[in-house]
Design a protein around this ligand. Structure first.
Ligand SMILES: [Zn+2]
Length: 198
């Protein structure tokens, strides 16, 4: 009898604990989502720093890197392409058809291909063909142990200078990383280019 009471108590506590845990998870997810919406504004800080990140940018990055992953930050110029098309054109090595649009890469003027980790920032180049027609400068992280680059800033290079690239919704006045319906009002966002002071 006593053990039965104990087990009832245990299950009831577990139920309450589970509900509390679910609340905490929900709150964390909500916060993360709003942080993602604010994301491109963070890039503004990087943009104002010119070609390379400043010490303060580096320190901020280190602070947010949870597992203290080892990486170096660098700027690369070129055009973003699908790797399969570039390797066929440059090396004469044809990929299988199903790999045609599998990997995005930055193609430097010397022909070097830098494969991109396709997170939401890099996916912008898949979502909007216009971006693949720009000469770009990418602010990237090269993590230890992989040739892949993580995109943390996108700039279009034009005759009259460098422009920060993001996507904007006029109604909600929020910036997003890629071409898509606005995260808030669902109206289509649009490509926004803002000149970087050099
Ligand atoms: Zn909107």
């Amino acid at each position: 009898m006593r053990s039965r009471l104990r087990s009832d108590w245990w299950f009831s506590c577990r139920g309450r604990f589970g509900a509390l845990l679910a609340l905490i998870v929900a709150a964390t997810v909500a916060c993360r989502n709003s942080a993602a919406v604010d994301g491109p504004r963070d890039e503004k800080a990087a943009a104002t720093n010119g070609n390379g990140p400043s010490d303060s940018q580096e320190k901020a990055d280190e602070g947010t890197a949870k597992n203290a992953a080892k990486y170096v930050t660098e700027s690369l110029r070129g055009r973003v392409v699908f790797a399969a098309e570039a390797t066929a054109r440059r090396l004469g090595v044809k990929s299988v058809d199903e790999a045609a649009e599998r990997i995005l890469a930055l193609e430097a003027p010397d022909g070097t291909l830098y494969p991109l980790i396709e997170d939401v920032r890099a996916r912008a180049f898949r979502a909007d063909k216009t971006l693949r027609e720009f000469d770009v400068e990418l602010l990237v992280r090269k993590h230890e142990g992989t040739p892949m680059r993580q995109v943390i800033g996108v700039y279009a290079l034009k005759k009259d200078g460098k422009y920060e690239v993001d996507y904007w919704c006029d109604v909600c006045a929020i910036a997003m990383f890629e071409l898509k319906p606005c995260e808030c009002c669902q109206a289509m966002n649009y490509l926004r280019l803002r000149k970087v002071a050099e």
